[in-house]
Ligand binder design. Structure first.
Ligand code: NIG
Ligand code: FE
Length: 395
């Protein structure tokens, strides 16, 4: 093999997601397997008995190896916390988008250093739990300078940076929604597009209407950004339709769907990204993943990590919720948290362990992927490799 190759052998179950991993639902795994990493990429996978020699070798001793999780939806640039709001919800108060403004106030007044420290802490938490790629949105700044600052910080931890100036209308524009939409798709976009890969809009009652969202997404597309949409989170609405019309890579949340929305998700080249941490923490009903999968839609799972509606950074927690409460099989949930997330980010180099993929992988302290749901809440991720480098954990 090429210089500095590493053989991991004795793998009880190797989840590869197969060659057509970007296809809808292509979970695949090999038992009694081995994998060779070389040059930061996966060089070979197959039965342990047929493994080629490498410069170094390590024995997984029957443990499972999976692609690293791809968390395709997170809001990590913020200051402060909203535990009192969470406690009030658990005592019966409903979730409203209005809580976002409390985080906007705290974020605007925080120093760069404080925002960076919080962001890095959360990114490190994600990595230790097996997330090797994360997407990160702005959206708690809502001025040109604060959105720009949030995106520049996000770019320090990931290339998957998303401009979310259209999160909510900030208080200084309360009497001038149109003025804020013009800012978001005009000067704010011009300042933020060079720092971003994606543009997102919260299309929901209490946030942005279908027309407003479409205008923002069209401007973002014209500036070279890919589209994503917060859609149908808190009630039925136009989000999924707006996402499809904008050619979005992903419609996220998808909690309240009509049959027409499900048809749209199944036929558009778009992923339905489900965020069960949000339903957990807002006491909304979980989205029905089975209905989407049976219709032929591609489903991703992500954390939505943010201080208001879903303050978890754990993809294993989301997998467990999806299996227990969203009618996903363990295979479907793991595919959604890896290859599904990659597809939602239009990436083919991650989310699977086919030859040539980035060597982003995790080893569990367990013999199979099933344990991620079978042992909920237990930190099973023993080791994490990113680009072939061991970056977290114990062997
Ligand atoms: O995805 N829905 C909009 N944005 C976040 C909530 C953010 C917040 O409550 O601070 C979400 O759930
Ligand atoms: Fe979100």
């Amino acid at each position: 093999m090429a210089p500095d190759s590493t053989l991991i052998t004795g793998i009880g179950e190797l989840v590869t997601n197969g060659p057509g991993a970007a296809d809808r639902g292509g979970f695949a795994a090999i038992t009694d397997a081995a994998l060779v990493i070389s040059g930061g990429k996966v060089a070979w996978t197959g039965p342990a008995a047929r493994a080629p020699a490498a410069d170094s070798a390590l024995d997984a001793a029957g443990r499972a190896v999976l692609p690293g999780f791809v968390d395709s939806h997170a809001h990590l640039v913020f200051a402060g916390e909203r535990s009192a709001e969470f406690a009030a919800r658990m005592a019966g108060r409903p979730y409203t988008a209005g809580g976002i403004l409390a985080t906007v106030r705290a974020t605007r007044s925080a120093s760069d250093g404080a925002l960076r420290a919080n962001l890095r802490r959360l990114a490190a938490e994600m990595l230790a739990a097996g997330t090797t790629t994360l997407e990160c949105k702005s959206g708690y700044g809502l001025t040109v300078a604060d959105e720009q600052r949030g995106l520049a910080l996000a770019a320090e931890v990931t290339p998957e940076v998303t401009y979310l100036g259209a999160h909510v209308v900030p208080p200084e524009f309360a009497g001038d929604r149109a003025g804020y939409v013009d800012l978001v798709r005009g000067p704010m976009l011009a300042a933020c597009a060079p720092l971003s890969r994606w543009i997102d809009v919260f299309c929901e009652r209490g946030a942005f209407s279908a027309d407003e969202a479409a205008a923002v997404l069209a401007a973002g597309r014209a500036a070279g950004l890919g589209a994503r949409v917060h859609a149908n989170q808190l009630g039925p609405g136009p989000g999924v339709r707006v996402a499809a019309e904008a050619g979005a890579a992903s419609a996220d949340h998808c909690t309240y769907l009509t049959d027409a929305d499900v048809d749209t998700l199944a036929s558009a080249p778009m992923v339905a990204t489900l965020l069960p941490g949000a339903e957990f923490a807002t006491r909304h009903p979980y989205p029905d993943a089975r209905r989407l999968l049976d219709a032929g839609a591609a489903v991703a799972l992500a954390t939505d990590c943010n201080p208001g509606s879903s303050f978890t950074s754990s993809m294993p927690f989301c997998i467990a919720l999806a299996v227990r409460d969203m009618r996903m099989t363990t295979q479907e949930a793991v595919w959604a948290a890896t290859a599904g997330g990659a597809r939602a980010l239009r990436r083919t180099d991650i989310g699977h362990l086919g030859a040539g993929a980035r060597a982003d992988l995790i080893m569990l302290d367990a013999p199979s992927h099933t344990y991620l749901a079978y042992r909920p809440g237990v930190p099973l991720v023993a080791a994490v490799w990113q680009g072939g480098r061991l970056v977290s954990g114990r062997l």
